[in-house]
Design a protein around this ligand. Structure first.
Ligand SMILES: [Zn+2]
Ligand SMILES: [Zn+2]
Length: 362
């Protein structure tokens, strides 16, 4: 067990403790009568018991959470949770994704989001694709009204590649959990600071952005331009998730799934923890959010609200420091090939409206 006593040495550390207190407080507010500053002095064991780790749903963690030493991107040496999520949502089924026929209705299918709009992937949507994307090459169905869907692992892997072969153009792409390596969900392990450290400059969000309390990873924005450019629709289920061969099931959007607890008035419930240790609450239309879609409230401390699902990407940046060399962070000097990913480098002033860095796979 890590000792917390040295965290009380400096004022700075006190501040971060304070932040974690707010997070901790948030989690217990529903259970306890109140939350006073006195609990900052509570014994470490008590605080740990009320950590975000306790928010994970039964079965969401592949192994016990460990506390490990870690170094944050600003050089802070601190303690992190090492969390491994199971890679399949514990509170809802995976899918459905693509429609089978051009008469499929919304309850039979998933969704598509392109950075501007969110659609149910209904038969009507399939029929309207040439109009929606103003291009007559779109034709995801045959003369009988059957939709072309990736029905084998091979077809799926070919169609989910960034360089889609022509024969897999005009496919609705969906993966199945049973096509994953060994037929098993893909676990994701992340290190997340126990006490978030606020930064002066936001960091662009990268995959994974965080993990959800129902046991899956949140990826950055889906590469919508590449997907549409190949005349494919990489459908999501109604929870904003889909399956790829590398990451298994992962989500690109928050649609209200996996929420834990009841929200306080004027708030939405949390459903995930971001890589910087702040919680992510469901989206909320409000005008007091910062560039990274976060704000501070008395009850919850600093926390994020997910960006609207249609914008593609749950967060565009972090306000807190993330673990140095965290999974998904490019090596120093940028990615191989020299072309910096969109959104890399210092966050622009309007980072809140900039799309998150896309990842290479659907
Ligand atoms: Zn809020
Ligand atoms: Zn994806």
């Amino acid at each position: 067990m890590e000792s917390y006593s040295n965290e009380q040495v400096s004022l700075d550390k006190m501040k971060s403790l304070h932040l974690s207190f707010f997070v901790v407080c948030t989690l217990t507010l529903l259970v306890l009568a109140g939350c006073s500053n006195k609990s900052v002095d509570e014994p470490a064991e008590h605080r740990v018991q009320k950590s975000p780790v306790d928010l994970f749903m039964p079965g969401a963690l592949a192994q016990d959470v460990e506390i490990v030493d870690c170094t944050l991107s600003d050089g802070t040496l601190t303690s992190c949770y090492k969390i491994t999520v199971v890679g399949t949502p514990t509170d809802h089924k995976v899918g459905p994704f693509c429609p089978r026929t051009t008469s499929a209705t919304a309850d039979e299918v998933g969704i598509w989001l392109d950075g501007e709009k969110l659609y149910d992937v209904t038969g009507e949507f399939i029929l309207n694709l040439p109009t929606i994307y103003n291009d007559d090459h779109w034709m995801l169905h045959d003369a009988q009204g059957d939709v072309r869907v990736t029905k084998t692992k091979e077809a799926f892997e070919a169609a989910a590649r960034p360089d889609v072969a022509e024969e897999y153009e005009n496919y609705c792409v969906e993966g199945r959990m049973e096509w994953l390596e060994g037929g098993k969900p893909v676990t994701t392990t992340v290190q997340i600071p126990i006490s978030p450290v606020a930064m002066d400059v936001p960091t662009p969000a990268r995959a994974p952005l965080g993990v959800t309390f129902n046991g899956v990873r949140i990826d950055a924005a889906a590469p919508v331009d590449a997907i549409l450019g190949a005349y494919t629709i990489a459908a999501f289920d109604d929870c904003g998730g889909h399956v790829n061969p590398f990451e298994g099931y992962h989500v690109h959007a928050a649609t209200g799934c996996g929420e834990v607890g009841e929200a306080l008035q004027g708030e939405t419930p949390a459903f995930a923890i971001a890589m910087d240790g702040y919680l992510i609450h469901s989206g909320q239309d409000r005008d007091d959010l910062d560039a990274c879609n976060g704000h501070t409230t008395e009850e919850y401390g600093y926390h994020y609200h997910a960006r609207p699902a249609e914008l593609n990407g749950v967060l565009s940046c972090y306000m807190g420091a993330i673990v140095q060399g965290a999974q998904g962070e490019p090596p120093r000097g940028g990615p191989p090939g020299g072309r910096p990913p969109r959104g890399a480098g210092p966050a622009p002033a309007d980072a809140g409206s900039a799309p998150p860095v896309p990842h290479d796979h659907h």
